[in-house]
Design a protein around this ligand. Structure first.
Ligand code: R5P
Length: 292
């Protein structure tokens, strides 16, 4: 398609190129290098004039990427792109959605304002919407939210005989309950108290013979893994034997893989919104279908 182009911004260029191949849209990788003082030198290798430009960048480990994206998007408009659409499979800072203490910045709102100035539209996957209920509450541009629930439910149907789904905290219901509905099995949502960025308490009053089931914890993000570890501990105390975990965005920070293995997780599976060793569920087709 000559009137559209996908620009893959490293390190998301591999995923972006695959989406371009599936959707049959033209593709180019953005050229990014650094000056000795770490300032960015960015160059588009193609003309953007008159085109609908899809900038493709998954915004994990976000701070430097945000600067790069703002420069790139604003330049695309100067270069007379007809429309600039950001495809960010993972969109960051959405957990910073409330003023917890006086003087804090509600980063979700600020970032949404900045992005709204730079691009015309945002497409993202399973954004962490909790106290902010919809992307339109914070963005001034068109936003499209895609979901991996169907992909996750298919994975569960193909890999587990007697699934029972657990959401570790209140906000995980939007993944746990909806996935369970698609699979056709039961779901239970636990409650979580966050005591610090690496300290959580999980509570449940589940009364079920858990050892009979393939337990699958479903959540949107695994960051340090503490939420999942505490959920596993709770499940084990309640008799569960066979516990796996599927999440959309595998940030998998700070030895979380080791921690999860030690806790006794059987399978750990993520999507490739953030490519990692466990990203067995591919989102390529989901995005390609949306934009082609
Ligand atoms: C927040 O509520 C999210 O849904 C995840 O549960 C959370 O980000 C996981 O963080 P961590 O892996 O550090 O416990």
């Amino acid at each position: 398609m000559k009137n559209k182009i996908i620009i893959g911004i490293p390190p998301s260029n591999i995923l972006a190129k695959e989406v371009a191949r599936v959707s049959k849209i033209d593709y180019a990788t953005l050229k990014v290098t650094k000056f000795p003082d770490n300032e960015l030198h960015i160059r588009y290798p193609v003309s953007l004039t008159g085109k609908k430009v899809f900038l493709f960048l998954s915004l994990f480990n976000p701070n430097e990427k945000i600067v790069e994206l703002l420069f790139t998007a604003m330049a695309a408009k100067e270069m007379k792109a007809k429309k600039v659409v950001l495809i960010a499979p993972y969109f960051p800072y959405l957990r910073e959605d409330k003023l917890f203490h006086k003087g804090e910045i509600v980063s979700a709102r600020i970032l949404a304002k900045l992005i709204s100035k730079a691009v015309d539209e945002l497409i993202t996957i399973d954004p962490h919407l909790h106290r902010i209920k919809s992307l339109s509450e914070i963005f001034d541009i068109k936003t499209q939210k895609l979901s991996c629930n169907k992909l996750i439910s298919n994975y569960i149907k193909n890999n587990y005989k007697k699934p029972l789904i657990i959401g570790p905290d209140k906000e995980s219901y939007q993944w746990a309950r909806n996935v369970a509905k698609l699979v056709g099995c039961e779901a239970y949502v636990f409650t979580k108290k966050r005591l610090g960025s690496e300290k959580v308490k999980i509570h449940s009053d589940i009364k079920k013979d858990l050892k009979k089931y393939d337990i699958i914890i479903v959540d949107d993000i695994i960051s340090t893994g503490h939420t999942i570890v505490k959920t596993v501990n709770n499940l084990k105390r309640n008799g569960a034997k066979n516990i796996s975990c599927i999440c959309v965005h595998g940030l998998l920070l700070k030895n979380s893989m080791k921690r999860l293995k030690k806790a006794g997780i059987k399978d750990l599976v993520t999507t490739n919104t953030i490519p990692n060793l466990r990203s067995k569920i591919q989102i390529n087709q989901l995005i390609a279908e949306k934009i082609k």
